[in-house]
Design a binder for this molecule. Structure first.
Ligand SMILES: [Zn+2]
Length: 289
C-alpha cells in the first residue's frame, strides 16, 4: 500500500493558530525560515528516496522562486496552498477565485507545468464553503485535499467520507483526498499530520497507518509543514492553547518523519492509484450549499 506524503509550504508566522496576533501586512518583517526548513525536508526525502506533494503558498512562492523550482527539479509534485492563507469561508467567492487564479499562475510560471492539486489554508473547505469546489473545478484543478472528516473549531465536515472519493458538482467533478482519520469506538479521530503527528508517539501513528492500510485497505495521507522541523524558530506570543498546538514536540518531528519514511511507502498524490477512489459520499454533498 502506498501512502500520500504532503507538505504545506508556509512559514511559522503564517499559521492560523497565530493569525489573531500576527498582522498579515507585517509578514515580511518576520525572519523568513521557510526556504531553509524546506531544504532540510528535501534533503531527508532525498536520503530516504521518497517523493512528495508540496502545497506551496503563493505568497511564499513569489518571494522564494528558486525554492519552488528546486522542489520541482527534484521530482516532487508542486501543488497550490492558495495565496494568502486566509481560510476560504472568511473570503467571498470573488476573492477566493482571484487568489486561486493568482497563486496557480505564480506556480505554473515557475515550474512550466500545470498545477492540478489544491489544499486550502487550515483545511477550510467546510459546509460553509463548498462553493470553493466549483471554483477549483473551473480553474482546472483535478484534485483537492482540504476536507477533514472530523469536528474541529476551525475545519472539518463531520461524517463525510474518510477515504478518497469523487465529488460531482454541476460544473464537473473533482477528486477529494480527505486527511487521515481512524475510527475508534464509533468516533472519528484524526492522525497523521501536523499537531497530531507531533503529539502522538510514533508507535501510535504507525499503528494507525497500519490499521488503515491493512484492515481498511486504504492509504493514509500524511501532512506536515516546514516550520515543524524547526525547533529553533522565533517564539510568537499567542494564547496558551495556540502555543501548545504550534510548539509541542517540534524537536522530535524530524525523527518521527524519518521513522515513518523508513517503515511505510509514500508517494506524491499525483502518483497514487485512482482505483482507490469511490463515489460513495458524493450524494451528501449535493445541495448542501
Ligand atoms: Zn497552511
Amino acid at each position: 500500500m502506498v501512502n500520500a506524503l504532503t507538505i504545506d509550504v508556509e512559514d511559522y508566522y503564517q499559521v492560523s493558530a497565530f493569525e489573531s496576533v500576527v498582522n498579515r501586512a507585517k509578514w515580511s518583517q518576520y525572519e523568513s525560515r521557510v526556504e531553509k526548513n524546506t531544504q532540510r525536508i528535501l534533503d531527508f526525502l532525498e536520503a530516504c528516496q521518497v517523493k512528495a506533494t508540496f502545497f506551496v503558498l503563493g505568497w511564499v512562492a513569489e518571494r522564494h522562486p528558486t525554492l519552488v523550482k528546486t522542489i520541482h527539479k527534484m521530482g516532487h509534485e508542486v501543488a497550490s496552498h492558495g495565496y494568502s492563507h486566509r481560510r476560504i469561508y472568511t473570503q467571498t467567492p470573488e476573492q477566493f477565485r482571484e487568489e486561486t487564479k493568482q497563486s496557480k499562475q505564480i506556480l505554473e510560471d515557475l515550474i512550466g507545468e500545470k498545477v492540478v492539486g489544491y489544499r486550502a489554508a487550515s483545511y477550510s473547505i467546510t459546509k460553509k464553503s463548498l462553493w470553493a469546489l466549483d471554483t477549483l473545478i473551473e480553474e482546472g484543478f483535478l484534485y483537492d485535499s482540504s476536507i477533514f472528516p472530523v469536528w474541529h473549531d476551525l475545519y472539518g465536515i463531520p461524517n463525510s467520507s474518510r477515504f478518497p472519493y469523487i465529488i460531482r458538482r454541476n460544473g464537473g467533478s473533482i477528486r477529494e483526498y480527505p486527511l487521515s482519520t481512524i475510527k475508534l469506538c464509533g468516533m472519528t479521530a484524526p492522525f497523521g499530520g501536523g499537531g497530531y503527528l507531533r503529539l502522538f508517539p510514533p508507535f501510535v501513528t504507525k499503528w494507525a497507518i497500519k490499521r488503515l492500510n491493512h484492515k481498511e485497505k486504504q492509504m493514509s495521507i500524511v501532512y506536515f509543514h516546514p516550520w515543524e522541523v524547526d525547533p529553533e524558530q522565533p517564539r510568537i506570543k499567542g494564547s496558551a492553547f495556540s502555543k501548545f498546538r504550534h510548539y509541542v514536540n517540534l524537536d522530535k518531528m524530524e525523527s518521527t518523519l524519518i521513522s515513518l519514511l523508513h517503515d511505510f511507502q509514500f508517494a506524491p498524490i499525483r502518483d497514487l492509484n485512482p482505483s482507490f477512489l469511490s463515489i460513495s459520499d458524493v450524494i451528501s454533498y449535493e445541495g448542501n450549499d
